[in-house]
Design a protein around this ligand. Structure first.
Ligand code: GRF
Length: 210
């Protein structure tokens, strides 16, 4: 059986696109479904173009966040998902979903965590005036961008404040790092240390780079 990946996205979906281009259909990895909390998320159109099943789970359609997360977890389970990738999913998931996929949910975040968690991470870093920043892929727990770190890549920020150019730089790194993390996890090369659950061992694989 192939390694089933689900992607959750609220926005543009450029990270979803990177996964579709670089991971889907390679090395036994299949993106089996894409879900959003927004009916009009452009990410859904990218999924449909790739003929991948989509689902929409807006929180406002449910009595509370717990019910929504249980419905979403059931939907993911029915599709026998091994790994859930948050690619710009702009809501905090509750324990009702996280518990069902503990250690099998990753998120991509545009900062070197634990610096600048939460929304507007790039703006926060620019406002602070940091000179080095980067991208983090981490496992998801109940906190805000607080789970164990799988991969990080740093780079220097230019002095100019051309936000579009800076965002472009973040995206270049994200679009490489997130597919790499998914390939490494699918290959069984990522392991959380039993003695120290904050520590994630990653066994490098040159074939997983790029
Ligand atoms: C990315 O910057 C990601 O790091 C953050 O949300 C953004 C999503 O962008 N979590 P896109 O929708 O994948 O283009």
């Amino acid at each position: 059986m192939s390694f089933h990946v689900a992607v959750l996205a609220s926005g543009t979906g450029s990270n979803l696109q990177a996964l579709l281009d670089r991971v889907h259909g390679h090395d036994g990895i299949e993106i089996v479904c894409v879900a959003s909390n927004k009916h009009d998320a452009p990410a859904l159109a990218r999924a449909r173009d790739a003929e991948i099943e989509t689902g929409v789970f807006p929180a406002e359609d449910y009595p509370d966040r717990a019910s929504r997360d249980i419905a979403l977890a059931d939907w993911l389970d029915e599709r026998e998902v091994h790994l859930v990738v948050l690619a710009g999913f702009m809501e905090i998931l509750t324990t009702h979903l996280i518990d069902r996929f503990r250690g099998r949910i990753v998120n991509v975040h545009p900062s070197l965590l634990p610096a600048f968690p939460g929304v507007r991470a790039i703006e926060q870093a620019l406002d602070y005036g940091v000179q080095v920043t980067g991208v983090t892929v981490h496992f998801v727990d109940e906190g805000v961008d607080s789970g164990p770190i799988v991969l990080q890549e740093s780079f220097e920020l230019p002095y100019h404040r051309d936000i579009a150019a800076i965002e472009q730089r973040f995206h270049e790194v994200e679009h490489r790092l997130l597919p790499r993390a998914v390939r490494l996890i699918a290959a069984g090369r990522v392991r959380v240390d039993e003695q120290n659950p904050r520590l994630v061992h990653v066994e490098p694989d040159s074939a997983a780079d790029g």
